[in-house]
Design a protein around this ligand. Structure first.
Ligand code: 13P
Length: 251
């Protein structure tokens, strides 16, 4: 069925040496996790050396963001083709830190998503509510709105090439992980949305990751939920043991 994906979002951490070391440490043990897809997403400037470090292993490399244009006068931006060119096969899009700190809208995410697919990358599209929205009982509406706007215009085939990530904003970097029930509820809602906007076969195919204070000690219960297909991990992805401990929880 759906293969688990354990993805590390390194955010703006590490230097070149420690990034390569972490990548080598993960790659050296990747063969212990057959049946699980492993992905690391370093800062874009370290993608090339990290891709070299994991070459020959089953570990994939991804970007944390990209621009929707293919080339041109867009100072400071990076295209999907450029990510590909230096060894990335995935790209994270619409992370809450980009939505809140950099003002990315669902429409921006949508443009990037279509561009990423055109570039042949596997996008990981993040959605998630803030604490006020959860406490006001608005989580289902927030998720529906982000889903429909961020994924607008995607064909069925493109949908199957896309990964979703539920990252409750209140759980990111806070140590306050969603309970397995809280995560499963939203993941099941996302799968229902996939069935509603596409069809049941596609809904069953798309991987939905959980992200937000996931670590080796809480991963097993989350991954055991029927609609949780892996993790998008921040802090705990920066140490080989902790990251692979999460992968082990999925075995
Ligand atoms: P933490 O695992 O540090 O909470 O971050 C989650 C995240 O934002 C992954 O994209």
């Amino acid at each position: 069925m759906r293969k688990l994906l354990i993805a590390g979002n390194w955010k703006m951490n590490m230097d070149r040496g420690s990034a390569v070391q972490l990548a080598q440490g993960i790659a050296a043990r990747a063969a212990e996790f057959p049946g699980i897809d492993l992905l690391v997403c370093p800062p874009s400037i370290y993608i090339a050396p990290v891709a070299d470090a994991v070459a020959g292993s089953a570990v994939a490399v991804g970007g944390q963001n990209m621009y929707h244009q293919t080339n041109g006068a867009y100072t400071g931006e990076i295209s999907g083709a450029m990510l590909q060119d230096v060894g990335a096969t995935y790209v994270i899009l619409g992370h809450s830190e980009r939505r809140t700190l950099m003002g990315e809208t669902d429409e921006d995410v949508n443009a990037k998503l279509l561009a990423a697919l055109n570039a042949g990358l596997t996008p990981i599209v993040c959605v998630g509510e803030i604490l006020d929205q959860r406490e006001a009982g608005q989580t289902p509406q927030v998720i529906r709105s982000q889903f429909t706007r961020s994924l607008a215009g995607l064909t069925a085939e493109q949908m199957t090439q896309t990964v979703l990530a539920y990252e409750p904003v209140w759980a990111i970097g806070t140590g306050k992980v969603a309970t397995p029930d809280q995560a499963e509820e939203v993941h099941a809602d996302l799968r229902k949305l996939l069935a509603e906007y596409y069809n049941n076969a596609i809904a069953q195919q798309v991987r939905i990751l959980y992200g937000g204070s996931m670590k080796a000690s809480n991963a097993a219960q989350l991954i055991a939920q029927p609609n949780v297909d892996g993790g998008l991990i921040g802090g705990a992805s920066l140490k080989v043991e902790e990251f692979l401990g999460i992968a082990r929880a999925g075995m």
